[in-house]
Design a protein around this ligand. Structure first.
Ligand SMILES: [Zn+2]
Length: 89
């Protein structure tokens, strides 16, 4: 394959979600744990949230930060609301 053909064979990652770039680096076990955590966060109803439901986006962000992954509240919220367009949403 020619050099240009090689470059053009790569699908461009436009607007790549920050959360997705983190997921990319996780091993299978951590990935499963992360997806499980996402489900817990998403499962909360507004009523749960005001009642002190423990699994919040901030809980997830703090856990990621503790492992050296920096992600903003905005990025996480966009991902959780499926506004990021990434394949993991
Ligand atoms: Zn995303």
């Amino acid at each position: 394959m020619g050099k240009l053909a090689e470059s053009l064979a790569v699908v461009p990652s436009t607007n790549r979600c920050r959360v997705a770039t983190i997921i990319d680096t996780l091993d299978v076990e951590d990935r499963d744990a992360f997806f499980d955590a996402c489900r817990k966060v998403k499962a909360a109803s507004p009523r749960d949230r005001s009642a002190g439901y423990p699994f919040t986006e901030m809980w997830l962000i703090k856990a990621l930060r503790a492992q050296g992954f920096t992600v903003s509240k905005e990025s996480m919220s966009r991902h959780m609301r499926r506004e990021c367009g990434c394949e993991f949403a």
